[in-house]
Design a protein around this ligand. Structure first.
Ligand code: ZN
Ligand code: ZN
Length: 304
């Protein structure tokens, strides 16, 4: 996606959130610019990007995401450019003190340290963030993780975008992202057919998961829990709040997890899915009241 299209989608989604639920205005005003800065970077990073990584059909069929085991040094210039552009803005949005800002700035100019964080994030090695945070002193692990994800995600989005066509010829039935291996942050029912694999004429409604890190969307079975694969309708539940039926909590009482889900057929224009989550915190609260655990922790569902 181009920067212009991405920014337009972010702006429209922020506007919708603020108009619909004034209580979210402050959050949308504070964090909205971060999504715009990230969108702004996409064109620049795409122009710098090396050719996309090859999709190893047999590894992929065995369930390994494209970036598993790949040397991320290839994309170091993109991570560095992203850090250069985003860090000062992130420090201000997160209201970090001077010591924390300086410690993080020093970390993100050191190539082996940047690559270590990127590798750890791809591998889900949370211990690496705790250890690095312990050495920094002034930066909690949760902040280090959030800043790292913010810096890496635009570069990974560029990689994911470049893999769209190569990936379309492979099937993938897993609940983790086929590109970067991260958990999804939200699900959606499609607005219209993105492909014609089933040779069906359809008005959409196919279920996709949206990656919490690279933003890639991949199709999964509609009637299964995205965490444990439970397809028993007795133990799965769709919850809505205040009569808004197209924004839902998809709950699984077998594994106790939930995933937010948007029915795009009821949305015009389609929301930007990372931004839309700011406007769905009431659904996260509803799920939490029902003792459910989110499919992945985000800034928006890990409130106290
Ligand atoms: Zn991903
Ligand atoms: Zn489940």
């Amino acid at each position: 996606m181009t920067s212009a299209a991405a920014k337009k989608a972010v702006e429209a989604t922020l506007e919708t959130i603020k108009q619909r639920v004034p209580a979210y205005q402050e959050l949308a005003d504070r964090f909205g610019p971060m999504f715009l800065y990230k969108a702004d970077l996409l064109d620049r990073l795409a122009a710098m990007a090396p050719p996309p990584p090859a999709v190893d059909g047999s590894k992929f069929a065995a369930g390994a995401p494209v970036l598993a085991g790949v040397d991320l040094a290839t994309w170091l210039p993109l991570f560095q450019e992203s850090a250069r552009a985003l860090l000062p803005r992130l420090f201000s949005i997160l209201r970090l003190d001077k010591a924390a800002g300086e410690a993080l700035a020093a970390l993100f100019v050191d190539p082996p340290l940047i690559l270590g964080l990127a590798q750890a994030r791809i591998e889900g090695n949370w211990k690496h963030f705790e250890n690095t945070s312990a050495q920094l002193d002034a930066v909690p692990a949760s902040v280090l993780l959030f800043v790292s994800e913010s810096v890496f995600s635009p570069a990974l989005t560029v990689i994911a975008d470049s893999l769209g066509t190569p990936l379309s010829s492979h099937s993938w039935n897993q609940s983790l992202c086929p590109v970067c291996g991260s958990a999804p942050s939200i699900a959606f029912l499609s607005f219209k057919e993105p492909n014609d694999l089933d040779h069906l004429v359809s008005g959409g409604g196919k279920k996709f998961l949206h990656c919490s890190l690279c933003g890639h969307d991949w199709r999964i079975k509609r009637n299964e829990c995205s965490v444990c694969g439970n397809d028993d309708s007795e133990t799965r539940e769709i919850m809505t709040v205040d009569g808004v039926n197209h924004e839902r909590v998809e709950a699984c009482h077998k594994c106790g997890s939930y995933c937010l889900s948007i029915d795009m057929r009821e949305c015009d224009p389609a929301p930007q899915l990372d931004v839309a989550q700011i406007g769905l915190i009431h659904l996260d609260m509803h799920a939490r009241k029902n003792k459910l655990t989110p499919i992945t922790l985000t800034l928006w569902n890990s409130f106290d």
